[in-house]
Design a protein around this ligand. Structure first.
Ligand code: SF4
Ligand code: SF4
Length: 385
């Protein structure tokens, strides 16, 4: 793409997950984005967000009705013979994939539509290195994903306690294995994590992106935020362009204040401003969702030009609400730096070791590992009430 060309993002209104209404919104968004690019061939992988065994209405995962709409678009373009597989590597503590896909409602839709569903790493992983990696020395990526002739990224609009937003680029983090994800998290620098996510994205960008923003997540996502009706389906062939539109829905005046967006834009994987995007289906002023609650790590009460400086002063850390803890040990398993020890069978965080990645918060099944803010964070950061 030349500097003069713009990235098209198609957007369509959809206020509920009705089967026909959702399919029509996906169709419209895809059409407004210029349609699925190239030939879908005879095999398409749909990389979903299946973070955890959570019901569709919890807004943790891509809604099955959006997947149904995507399946219909693939068949409209490529015919009924196209082989389609829905897949993901979930949060790495979940090994019962059959249950996970059942709870998210994806298994039922896959059965109704006659497509395959399963883990993304059923063919193992491959070690990848090279120039595209700037902060990771190498990464283990799903072979099925790397070898997919055509891949559609079916993302979910959510907040994220560490990266502020989780959309198309972040969804590709899930194509890597546990060790790679732990390596990416092993730093106190949020910018380093953002760069690591862009590393993983750059290895093999999907061919097209559809984002479920009918009901998104606000607050401390991506697991423990609150569902927030937003009423949109987004589509486009550039992940950063679609994420940029999503940030506008989330009321970010300048998406470049988000490390992940800034890192991706600086790497040149998409537009670095609104002027590089052609939005089809709505006007920019139609997008913001009033009162949208950002995550605890998001700085909102400072002007944009001061936010980069303030990031170093904002500290959010895990803290145990013992009354909610079921002592399952998951937080200890996911911690990338072994900062969690057992104290009388309850988890206790060693603050000297902790890099504040908040993986323990993200993966805690009960929300017992809460997000605690330092004084400065409580002054300037979200979520707002
Ligand atoms: S804090 Fe959460 S993840 Fe850790 S042991 Fe308690 S319930 Fe399990
Ligand atoms: S204790 Fe939690 S926040 Fe700290 S490094 Fe471990 S997983 Fe990350």
């Amino acid at each position: 793409m030349t500097a003069m060309e713009k990235y098209a993002v198609g957007i369509a209104r959809c206020d509920e997950y009705s089967p026909e209404g959702t399919a029509e919104a996906v169709r419209l968004a895809v059409e407004r984005a210029g349609g699925l690019p190239g030939s879908v061939g005879n095999s398409v992988l749909i990389k979903v967000n299946a973070l955890a065994p959570a019901a569709p209405e919890s807004a943790v995962t891509t809604h099955p009705q959006v997947l149904r709409g995507i399946i219909r678009e693939i068949r409209r373009t490529g015919g009924d013979e196209v082989k389609i597989k829905i897949a993901d590597n979930p949060g790495y503590i979940y090994t019962d994939m059959t249950n996970l896909f059942r709870v998210t409602g994806m298994t039922e839709i896959a059965g109704m539509e006659g497509v395959e569903i399963g883990p993304l790493s059923d063919f193992g992983t491959s070690l990848v290195g090279g120039d595209k990696l700037k902060v990771l020395t190498d990464a283990r990526i799903s072979v099925r994903y790397l070898d997919a002739p055509y891949c559609i990224n079916a993302a979910k609009l959510k907040t994220h306690v560490e990266t502020e937003m989780s959309g198309c680029i972040k969804n590709i983090f899930g194509t890597s294995d546990t060790d790679t994800r732990k390596k990416a998290h092993r730093s106190t620098s949020h910018m380093r994590l953002a760069e690591a996510i862009v590393d993983l994205y750059s290895i093999r960008p999907p061919d097209f992106h559809v984002m479920d923003a009918i009901v998104g997540m606000e607050g401390d996502g991506p697991s423990h935020g609150n569902p927030r009706p937003l009423g949109w389906v987004l589509a486009g062939n550039n992940a950063l362009a679609v994420d940029w539109v999503a940030c506008t829905i989330m009321c970010y005046e300048d998406p470049m204040s988000i490390n992940l967006i800034k890192a991706a834009a600086k790497r040149g994987i998409g537009p670095s401003g609104r002027s590089g995007i052609t939005l089809e289906g709505a006007g920019w002023s139609d997008l913001p969702s009033p009162g949208f609650k950002h995550s605890s790590g998001a700085i909102r009460l400072l002007p944009t030009f001061l936010r980069g400086l303030a990031h170093g002063l904002v500290k959010i850390s895990p803290g145990l609400a013992a009354g909610k803890c079921i002592r399952c040990g998951i937080c200890k398993k996911v911690c990338p730096v072994d900062a969690i020890v057992d104290v009388r069978s309850y988890p206790s965080v060693d603050s000297k070791k902790c890099v504040r990645c908040l993986c323990c918060h993200e993966m805690c099944p009960t929300g017992a590992m809460e997000v605690r803010k330092n004084f400065f964070a409580s002054l300037v950061s979200g979520p707002k009430e």
